[in-house]
Each structure stands twice: as structure tokens, then as C-alpha cells.
Design a protein. Structure first.
Length: 173
């Protein structure tokens, strides 16, 4: 009898382990910009990612320097709005986060909505909560390579927390 009990437990443990591995496949960098923080939208935005079923694996409040903002938006350095964008991102506290889950990079962008809030669908974060492109409250990595680079820019590896969340067995089969 004890032997049977043991094998059932280890099978369940293995199944859970595999589930966790599947959920851990993808991570994305999400930031609430200074306008989102100042407008009191932190819990609203975090809540949308939480309710979807994604897992928060890192979070901190940080006022980036303008140089750091320029590094983050490096790919936009030739755009006319670049300087203003870097001034804005470094103008106050930003909530930097890493979210994890199946498809989180692409679907995170869907939750966020189009770059211009004027084009964002109702129901998306930008569609529901802001008006102008230069004050669009949230950033999300736009692909797997960007996600890795941005997570590496904003966080040290030891700031990312790997853990099993109770609801994972209800989110992933
Ligand atoms: P996204 O944030 O959706 O990935 P992006 O990478 O093209 O969009 O641009 C980064 C940020 O730059 C964007 O969130 C807001 C700002 N931005 C983009 N286009 C702009 C414009 N035409 N005028 C002012 N700011 C702009
Ligand atoms: Mg972008």
C-alpha cells in the first residue's frame, strides 16, 4: 500500500512539473509608463494581466534616467518624437514588470492595444484608458527577441522569481 501511494504522488508531481514547464516557456517585459502611474492605473493594468491568467515574475518601481530610456527605445532613435519620448519615460516612476505564460508576448500586445489609443479597440488597455499616442500609459515587448533584450535591460537575472502558482493547474492542461 505505501508503495502505491508513493507512485501516485510522484505521477501527480511529474504532471505538475510538466505543466509548470509549459507555462514558463514565454516571458515578456511590460512597463506602466509615468502617465499610467500618475493616473492611478497600476492596479487596473496589473489586474488585467492577472485576470487573464498570466503570472507576475518580476516587478519594481523605477525612475529611469534619460540615457536608460534612450537605450530602451534605441530602435526609435531616428524618429522625430524620440527625444520627447525619452524625456517622458524618464520623467517619473515607471512600473517595470515581467509577465509569464503561454503566448504572453503576442497576447500581451493584444491586451495593450494599438500604439495609438485613437486606433486601439475598446476593451484593450489603451483603448479603454488613454487618448493620445505620446501618453499611451503602457509598454509591451513586441516579439521574442525584444522580450529577452528588454527583460535583460531592466532586470538582473536574480530579480526574476520562478514559482508555481496555484491556479496553473486550472489554466493549463
Ligand atoms: P508600441 O509602444 O506600441 O510598441 P512603438 O514601439 O512604435 O509602439 O513606439 C514606442 C512609443 O513611442 C509608443 O508607445 C509611443 C511613442 N510613439 C510612437 N509613435 C509616436 C508618434 N507618432 N508620436 C509620438 N509618440 C509616438
Ligand atoms: Mg514598441
Amino acid at each position: 500500500m505505501p508503495q502505491i501511494h508513493f507512485s501516485v504522488c510522484s505521477a501527480a508531481y511529474m504532471a505538475l512539473d510538466q505543466t509548470v514547464e509549459a507555462a514558463e516557456l514565454e516571458r515578456t517585459f511590460i512597463a506602466i509608463k509615468p502617465d499610467g502611474v500618475q493616473r492611478g492605473l497600476i492596479s487596473e493594468i496589473v489586474g488585467r494581466f492577472e485576470r487573464k491568467g498570466y503570472k507576475l515574475v518580476a516587478i519594481k518601481l523605477i525612475v529611469p534616467t534619460k540615457e536608460f530610456a534612450a537605450q530602451h527605445y534605441d530602435d526609435l532613435s531616428s524618429r522625430p518624437f524620440f527625444d520627447g519620448l525619452c524625456d517622458f519615460l524618464s520623467s517619473g516612476p515607471v512600473v517595470a514588470m515581467v509577465w509569464e505564460g503561454q503566448g504572453v508576448i503576442k497576447y500581451g500586445r493584444k491586451l495593450i492595444g494599438a500604439t495609438s489609443p485613437q486606433a486601439s479597440e475598446p476593451g484593450t488597455i489603451r483603448g479603454d484608458l488613454c487618448v493620445q499616442v505620446s501618453r499611451n500609459i503602457i509598454h509591451g515587448s513586441d516579439g521574442p527577441e525584444t522580450a529577452v533584450n528588454e527583460i535583460g535591460l531592466w532586470f538582473k537575472p536574480e530579480e526574476l522569481v520562478s514559482y508555481t502558482k496555484n491556479d496553473e493547474k486550472w489554466l493549463y492542461e
